[in-house]
Design a protein around this ligand. Structure first.
Ligand code: NAP
Length: 455
């Protein structure tokens, strides 16, 4: 894929970039390695100061950065602003908490002193997607940099200006040169970079094929990997749910980021007793969504990030319809405008074996399944290759307990939508990946947990 900013609203190619040459990649790798040897010995206080400065820059220049995100991948400007603010939050969170998460932990044994020490691993490669161009990177970078690692970013090829802006933020914040660098390279260069001895671990957020490919290369080199991959999160609604609240949240949970979020609610699993009410209200709410220019503050749904994503989504819906799924609203790409627009869509009455049963729809397309009871709801929710998040709505304590216990996913949210929170670990199981970001577990992914024993 060419490295370029292509405005998803107009189709215009705004700016193109040459990929780095092998010599330039080598220079950046050796700078990163040289920097690590010094950076790992710096105090938490220095790192924390620079990370707080990064947060200040994000807050002070929020609107400029937000416009860049919207320009490159089409998310509504108001969501882009929220994303930039959340990046400032994750910087502040780790600036404040990293020292405590990584403090030595004394453990009593037969030694005079025995303890656990957390030390940085080295240069970490981050391969990142375009859907939250700032957030995905900052949630990796803030803990990694606080732990004393240095970062190399290979961002998605359609968000090069966001990638460069992130490097600029860390540089202006005062981090030493080379502590965080952007590599403008295509996916074809990733394997060779992972194989390089100076890279000690890698994290990838993106599709299953990309994750599997990176993990295979890293596995051969015995290198640690964190994978945050796709999802098809269930959103279960039981009869005792607050229906008004559930419907409102359902719309947000499916439509966030124009439907292009790994943890978007994608499969609505609704108890038969309230299914008609829920579905009717959901359709009504969908009709109210304003589709249009993502730079307008009153737009709810902007264009999809690329023409390729639009084509793929359109094909998935067409196939599902051919296989018997019924369209309640939407269902056809909006080809009369130059932007990559796809309307809010709901598919119901999905037959067994239909593509819509198992595939991830990375756009504003919801699927609805009716179930007679909780047993069927849980079985339906778990009948997926993915296991990222799950949202379930019920006031019944016994049902809540069973959902918490039996849902196969990295997170379960009861009476709320799945969202990432800097204080809580985030990640999946099954084909959604492994490893965690955020919280204490997130910062511990890229450290050497060193056992120390002294007699
Ligand atoms: P993608 O094609 O996998 O791209 C993600 C990143 O991986 C990009 O930087 C891409 O580079 C790179 N890449 C692609 N193929 C690669 C390969 N064979 N080896 C190494 N790197 C490779 O992902 P996408 O389709 O843009 O993103 C959507 C997917 O990401 C969805 O499945 C979504 O659910 C998932 N996602 C997951 C999370 C999570 O936290 N679990 C968050 C966001 C998105 P190029 O751009 O140069 O191709």
């Amino acid at each position: 894929m060419a490295i370029a900013t292509i405005n998803p609203f107009t189709g215009e190619t705004v700016k193109t970039f040459e990929a780095l040459t092998d010599t330039e990649i080598e220079q950046k790798l050796s700078l990163a390695q040289a920097r690590f040897l010094e950076y790992r010995n710096l105090s938490f206080a220095s790192r924390s100061y620079w990370l707080s400065e990064a947060a200040n820059l994000l807050e002070q220049e929020r609107d400029r950065f937000a416009k860049l995100l919207t320009l490159e991948m089409g998310k509504p400007l108001k969501s882009a602003m929220t994303e930039v603010e959340k990046c400032a939050l994750v910087c502040r969170f780790y600036a404040e908490h990293a020292a405590q998460y990584l403090a030595d932990v004394p453990i009593q044994t037969d030694a005079t002193t025995s303890l656990i020490k957390y030390q940085p691993l080295g240069v970490i490669l981050a391969v990142m997607p375009w859907n939250f161009p700032f957030w995905q990177v900052f949630r990796f970078a803030a803990p990694a940099l606080m732990a004393g690692n240095v970062g190399l970013l290979k961002h998605a090829s359609n968000v090069p200006q966001s990638a460069l802006a992130i490097e600029e933020i860390f540089t202006r914040a005062g981090f030493p040169e080379g502590a965080f660098q952007t590599l403008l390279v295509g996916a074809d260069k990733v394997a060779a970079i992972v194989e390089d001895d100076r890279i000690k671990a890698a994290t990838l957020t993106g599709s299953e094929p990309a994750g599997a490919s990176l993990a295979a290369t890293a596995g051969k080199q015995i290198k640690k990997v964190v994978l945050e991959l796709g999802g098809s999160d269930p959103f279960i609604v039981m009869p005792s749910a607050d229906l008004e609240q559930a419907v409102q949240t359902a719309v947000t949970a499916r439509m966030i980021n124009n439907g292009q979020s790994c943890i978007a609610a994608k499969r609505f699993i609704v108890a038969e007793a309230i299914a008609d009410q829920f579905i009717d209200r959901l359709v009504e709410q969908y009709k109210l969504l304003k589709i249009g220019d993502p730079m307008s503050m009153d737009t709810d749904i902007g264009p999809l990030a690329t023409a390729g994503i639009l084509q793929e989504l359109d094909q998935q819906v067409r196939t599902s319809i051919q296989q018997g799924a019924k369209v309640l609203i939407g269902g056809q790409a909006m080809l009369d405008s130059p932007g990559n627009f796809y309307p809010p869509t709901i598919l119901a009455e999905i037959p067994k074996g239909c593509l819509a049963e198992q595939d991830e729809f990375f756009g504003p397309v919801a699927t609805v399944f009716r179930v007679p009871d909780l047993d069927h709801a849980i079985a339906r929710a778990n009948d997926s290759p993915f296991g990222l998040g799950a949202s379930a709505w019920t006031q019944d304590k016994t049902e809540q307990e069973r959902l918490i216990q039996e849902i196969e996913a990295g997170s379960v949210f009861i009476n709320g939508m799945v969202k990432s929170d800097v204080r809580l670990p985030f990640g999946g199981i099954k084909r959604s990946g492994f490893g965690r970001e955020l919280g204490r577990e997130g910062i511990l992914e890229f450290v050497n947990v060193k056992t120390v024993w002294v007699k």
